[in-house]
Design a protein. Structure first.
Length: 161
């Protein structure tokens, strides 16, 4: 297999990267974040999967009805009080403590690396390692755990069973 050098711009000219050069590229591990208002009336904790309940408003998502199963992202803020605004992360790597993941996903020791997590069909706002399997429920993938504290958000459209 041939070794190839990437093309770079040098003083406005395209050239191959020289063997003595290095690339200085920032590593992007965050994700896109949008600010939304909690319309549920109760606080929503970090890691909670949410859906768009109305214009610029979110509520905890649940995989038991078409209206609540389209997950827009996971709460990034520590907590969003009822009628307050907070950050929702829609992609990238969401890093929380194991305790925070335990609350958001019902786990015991944080996330399990390599495990795919789904939206719960029985509890609003809960992620779970077990995909729904009952007719009439929806399977919505939330992402895959990279470590006990990191979830690579990769939300899929819901699939009706």
């Amino acid at each position: 297999m041939a070794i190839r050098a990437p093309l770079v711009l040098n003083a406005g000219q395209i050239q191959q990267l020289q063997s003595s050069d290095t690339l200085n590229v920032p590593i992007y591990s965050g994700g896109d974040v949008i600010v939304q208002t909690n319309s549920s009336g109760s606080p929503i904790v970090c890691g909670t999967p949410v859906y768009t309940s109305s214009a610029d408003n979110v509520a905890p998502a649940e995989a038991n009805a078409v209206g609540t199963t389209f997950v827009m992202g996971l709460v990034q803020a520590t907590s969003i009080a009822g009628s307050a605004s907070g950050n929702i992360q829609v992609n990238g790597i969401l890093t929380l403590t194991t305790t925070q993941w335990n609350t958001a996903f019902g786990t015991v020791s944080g996330l399990t690396p390599g495990t795919t997590y789904f939206l719960s069909a029985t509890t609003a706002g809960l992620g779970t390692a077990t995909a729904p399997s009952t007719t009439g429920q929806y399977v919505t993938r939330l992402g895959i755990a990279l470590s006990t504290t990191e979830l690579l958000i990769n939300i899929s459209p819901p699939i009706l069973l």
